[in-house]
Design a protein. Structure first.
Ligand code: GCV
Length: 727
């Protein structure tokens, strides 16, 4: 009888949880990893559940907007699921122990008064989470705006998800960067440039009438980490997106995303006035062209009143731009800015440029082209600069443009999708890379002038601030291809909100929210994540090597490639290995790229003795017997680094094998298989690169480095004609 009763209770609870998730929740599939970090797993520790339930008696929401409804629903869903009990919605805040949510203007006078001084210290997207001191013991989540309330709700849920105390809360938080966007390199035909997680999420054929639940789930996930914008289409742009046919579809997406605080942006193809506007030119000095863009902006804003603006790749890798008409980046960007200004839109003008006609070191070209224009752009233009001067390598020194244009707002462009880092097959925790760049000191205004302060606008007092992440999202069931690649989306969002956050803290919370709070799981897997980025650097491009991936698709090693038409498309351009040594001399004896940094940084990089070894071959060409700090010769040190990378992946595998009992079967197996591939490919990288470089060093592999089982010819013969993402 007792057993029957317990079983009955158990099933009742199970049924309850089921309805919580699939009745109230937005997810349409039971697959664990579809739910990302919003798993809301029931808390196993009974004492903790009791502590929470004694403090949370229900929810009262003030305000009628869709955003407030979403916040209330999310809070109820999350709490019910995690506490395994019903959380009631109360009409007013009279009873004890309620969570009160609503923007400050909708709260009652008493609460308004209590929070008056705190509310002045947040911005429009910030929030306050505060326990009231009166005998009602309310917990108030409020903000200046409803979207701020939603962000506060996600913060509060994160606290419960990560099992933190909610006693006497006094949290005041605001995002440090205004424009926090994902860049989708999605094409209108559904393919995704450098996308490794399936096809594009946007089903242009079924839009505008069919709103896929995925769009809502996408917006929800982004809102939960504070992302507030999305550029829907590829920077290698198609002008058709700006035609009425597509704008109607874009509007449908914008409407779906709006309650989650996500603005829509589009890439603008510079030649659109010709391609879809029937003009003869796209010259930014031509009045008809200027008018065309003004009319286009007004047409867009009629449909999408909160349209964010344009992202533009101009005169880069074959994309059209103002230089086609003898004009410059300022002319192009300002023309578009003038068209958007009346509506409050912005132009994100990319600084990723390098020219086949410029014989100078590719790493110097963006700086040379843009820095002379400092201060010449309109107020609603922000330059979008990649984290490094080449192209999203496993490691690059920070881009010298950061700190060199104090009169111009610069936004960061990180790549979340793993174009050069093993696609979605390799486990690489990228917030480690992001943090390294954000913390880098540019010395532009003396010590402490970090990249983070530049993009936050605090160093040079800019109001327009931004950060972009090239999305790793596709229509794969788990969104990102690799279950751990979700952490890169998550981590990007968290750092976009606050660039000073520590990547370890972010990984820790992601693991707890996504998998488990069990310390036996969290601590080893945390270590695995934190070590993963360095592992990839070691087995792909140690000691400052870069861009030696096979060309085109960028998957796997190709240091031997030397036959492409443009010199800087060939890996040999970057490593410059010869009998004398290896590395790109960017010091004053070489391309002098070091001179683009502030004197303190330039001096450090320029001198081989002070140049950090992680960037050694980025800045210096050194003999094979050059002595590294650990006493090894460069050749031996390089070979040992490759081996270290392989060993690190083996350790990752060993760690994961022990995690079986903490993870659902599906994700356990997925990660297990992917790590197996990563291990094979780490060896592939090591063997192919070392065999190739050995031709020049003429030296034996040092002790401790495994001998390759294939020949260099074998590695050179490997071809991947249908590698994904390579349009
Ligand atoms: C969207 C690299 C990539 C290209 C990408 C380009 C860019 O070159 O390989 O696919 O194009 O960067 O950022 O514009």
């Amino acid at each position: 009888m007792k057993l029957q009763f317990t079983l009955f209770n158990f099933f009742q609870k199970l049924l309850f949880l089921f309805f919580c998730f699939f009745g109230i929740g937005e997810s349409t599939t039971a697959q664990e990893d579809y739910k990302l970090w919003l798993q809301y797993y029931p808390i196993e520790n009974v004492n903790l559940v009791n502590t929470y339930t004694s403090q949370i008696k229900g929810i009262t929401a003030f305000g009628e907007s869709q955003t407030i409804q979403i916040a209330q629903k999310e809070l109820q869903l999350g709490l019910q699921s995690m506490l395994s009990s019903r959380i009631n919605i109360e009409k007013n805040s009279d009873s004890k122990g309620l969570i009160v949510i609503g923007s400050i203007s909708n709260l009652d006078d008493n609460l308004k008064q209590q929070l008056a001084s705190q509310i002045t210290s947040i911005n429009n997207e910030g929030y306050i989470i505060s326990s009231t001191s009166n005998n009602k013991k309310l917990l108030v989540i409020t903000a200046k705006t409803d979207i701020g309330v939603l962000y506060g709700v996600y913060h509060f849920l994160r606290m419960i998800q990560t099992n933190q105390s909610i006693d006497n809360l006094a949290i005041i938080d605001s995002p440090k960067i205004n424009v926090r966007v994902l860049n989708h390199w999605d094409n209108l035909n559904g393919s995704v440039e450098r996308g490794y997680a399936g096809a594009s999420l946007w089903n242009w054929q079924k839009l505008p009438d069919f709103i896929d639940q995925r769009y809502i789930d996408y917006a929800r996930a982004n809102a939960s980490i504070g992302i507030n914008g999305t550029v829907l289409n590829n920077v290698n742009a198609n002008a058709l997106i700006l035609t009425p046919l597509y704008l109607e579809k874009v509007k449908a997406l914008a409407d779906a995303f709006r309650p989650y605080g996500i603005k829509v942006y589009l890439t603008a193809r510079f030649s659109a006035p010709i391609e879809i506007g029937k003009l003869k030119t796209a010259d930014p000095y031509d009045p008809a062209v200027q008018q065309w863009w003004k009319d286009k902006a007004s047409e867009i804003y009629k449909q999408i009143p909160d349209f964010g603006g344009f992202l533009v790749k101009a005169n880069s890798e074959g994309q059209p731009g103002p230089q086609n008409y003898g004009r410059n980046h300022v002319d192009g960007a300002n023309m578009l800015a003038d068209a958007l200004a009346p509506f409050g839109g912005i132009v994100m003008w990319r600084a990723f440029v390098y020219s086949e006609h410029d014989a100078d070191d590719r790493a110097k070209q963006a700086y040379s082209e843009f820095v002379p224009y400092d201060g010449k752009f309109r107020d609603n233009v922000i330059l979008q600069v990649k984290n490094g001067a080449i192209d999203f390598q496993p490691r690059e020194p920070f881009h010298p443009m950061f700190g060199a244009m104090p009169k111009t707002p610069l936004m960061m462009e990180f790549q979340i999708t793993q174009e050069y880092l093993g696609f979605s097959t390799h486990l690489v925790y990228l917030p480690k890379l992001y943090q390294e760049v954000l913390e880098a000191d540019t010395y532009s205004k003396g010590k402490g002038s970090t990249v983070a302060k530049i993009i936050e606008g605090s160093l040079d007092q800019h109001k327009l601030t931004g950060i972009a992440g090239v999305a790793n999202i596709g229509n794969d069931l788990n969104w990102t291809g690799h279950p751990f690649a979700q952490a890169n989306w998550y981590g990007f969002g968290r750092l976009a909100w606050n660039p000073s956050l520590d990547s370890e803290t972010i990984a820790n919370e992601w693991l707890r929210m996504t998998f488990s709070n069990n310390p036996n799981f969290v601590s080893p897997v945390l270590k695995m994540m934190l070590d993963s980025r360095e592992a990839v650097v070691n087995y792909m491009t140690p000691l400052g090597l870069h861009h030696i991936m096979d060309t085109g698709h960028h998957y796997g090693p190709g240091p031997w490639v030397s036959d492409l038409s443009r010199p800087e498309w060939n890996p040999v351009y970057y490593h410059k290995a010869d009998n004398n040594g290896i590395g790109f001399d960017r010091s004053s004896t070489g391309s002098n790229a070091t001179a683009q940094y502030a004197p303190e940084v330039a001096k450090q990089y320029n001198n081989v003795a002070t140049c950090p070894e992680i960037n050694l071959l980025w800045f210096h060409h050194l003999p094979w017997d050059y002595k590294l700090k650990n006493g090894e010769t460069l050749w031996n040190g390089l070979a040992l680094k490759y081996q270290e990378g392989v060993n690190q992946v083996t350790t990752m595998q060993t760690t994961w094998e022990k995690m079986k009992s903490y993870v659902d079967e599906n994700r356990f197996k997925e990660v297990q298989m992917l790590l197996h591939i990563q291990q094979k490919e780490a060896k592939w990288w090591r063997d192919a690169c070392l065999l190739y470089f050995q031709q020049f060093s003429g030296k034996e592999l040092p002790k401790g480095v495994e001998k390759p089982v294939h020949s260099l010819e074998y590695f050179k013969s490997l071809k991947f004609p249908f590698a994904p993402g390579n349009n």
